[in-house]
Ligand binder design. Structure first.
Ligand SMILES: Nc1ncnc2c1ncn2[C@@H]1O[C@H](COP(=O)(O)OP(=O)(O)OP(=O)(O)O)[C@@H](O)[C@H]1O
Length: 327
């Protein structure tokens, strides 16, 4: 039984069109004409309880718009959504109790107050008893390593601490479904890892369902077994991360360390040379040619070390978006 069901979800935004020049400006002032931008087109998917799904796409692909429809902030132009058995746009209490939306670039904690004060407001909104409040804050503080930070004004916290406090606030009502839009945006590598670690922990502890967008592929590879890929509003791929690589990266990287340096012209006969540094060479080799190429390299050249790896996920996805491969 799916906890998130999106069927043929579409969203168009009207945008005012203005002709250039002073005449255009005057006409625009009195009589506006609009054209429609299709931000999301016919997107369907289902997510099972407890899954962590990565939502990927280049800037402007329609990720935030989809998340806004799933959380009931905007109404779909067409199609249907159900989250935890509810229609999001109705914003019923039973729905709001079960979900949370965290946007990396927005904050809900009040800047000049200690986070604990904002948390008390949330506890009142969600009807959480004082005893339960203490218990949940204690537990989340420990999971997020935020000891001693909640009593300081939010403006005095580091970016990473603030993001963790935001997560604490967003999870106080113990939602079943987490919509996370760039939760690690702007954080340094350590803070990113801490947030990731926490999300994994939280998912396991509460079997929470997570739909996550991130421009940091490390978030996706660390947390998500399944990804949705959206491009220009349409869903291009829904499946495992491994499957994505299989489908969109029909090549492997072959790294060799040679006993003696060789000229690039000679090396190029074995494959596309991506890097040549002294005796170290990295080739890109198509999957079909892999066995043949590796055997040939080992037969022809004096090789000290050889490894074959998948190309980095970022690179594969970057290529997919650049080429606009839609199947
Ligand atoms: N309120 C709005 N009015 C008009 N157009 C909008 C509005 N919100 C988004 N858009 C447009 O819809 C498209 C999808 O935007 P959306 O914010 O969903 O993309 P995104 O995938 O989240 O991008 P990013 O990774 O940059 O956040 C873009 O072309 C954007 O300009």
């Amino acid at each position: 039984m799916s906890i998130i069901i999106a069927e043929n979800l579409s969203k168009s935004y009207p945008v005012a069109v203005k002709s250039p020049g002073i005449k255009g400006t005057i006409t625009h002032f009195f009589r506006r004409t609009y054209r429609s931008i299709k931000a999301v087109q016919d997107v369907s998917f289902e997510i099972a309880p407890g899954e962590i799904v990565g939502f990927l796409g280049p800037n402007g692909a329609g990720k935030t718009t989809t998340l806004k429809m799933l959380t009931g902030l905007i109404h779909p132009s067409s199609g249907t959504v159900k989250v935890a058995g509810q229609v999001p746009f109705q914003r019923k209490e039973a729905f709001l109790q079960k979900i949370t939306l965290v946007m990396g670039q927005k904050q809900q904690l009040i800047w000049d107050l200690p986070a604990l004060d904002s948390l008390r407001i949330n506890a009142a909104v969600y009807n959480i008893s004082d005893k339960e409040f203490q218990r949940r804050v204690g537990e989340l503080t420990e999971m997020l390593s935020l000891e001693g930070k909640l009593t300081q004004p939010v403006r005095k916290l580091s970016l990473g601490e603030r993001m963790k406090a935001e997560l604490l606030a967003a999870l106080l009502h113990r939602p079943h479904v987490l919509f996370l839009d760039e939760p690690t945006l702007g954080l340094d590598v350590n803070a990113q890892a801490a947030v990731r670690e926490f999300l994994r922990d939280y998912n396991q502890r509460y079997q929470a369902t997570v739909l996550l967008t991130s421009h940091y592929m490390a978030d996706i590879t660390a947390l998500c077994q399944r990804v949705l890929l959206i491009h220009e509003g349409s869903l291009m791929y829904d499946g495992s991360l491994d499957g994505l690589l299989e489908r969109f990266a029909p090549y492997r990287e072959v790294y060799i360390e040679l006993a003696q340096p060789l000229p690039i012209e000679k090396l190029m006969t074995y494959g596309d040379v991506k890097l040549l540094e002294g005796r170290a060479v990295r080739f890109m080799v198509s999957r079909e040619a892999l066995t043949r190429t590796v055997s040939q390299i080992l037969a022809d050249l004096e090789v000290i070390d050889l490894t074959v790896t998948e190309p980095p996920v970022e690179e594969v996805i970057g290529r997919v978006f650049q080429a606009g491969v839609v199947e």
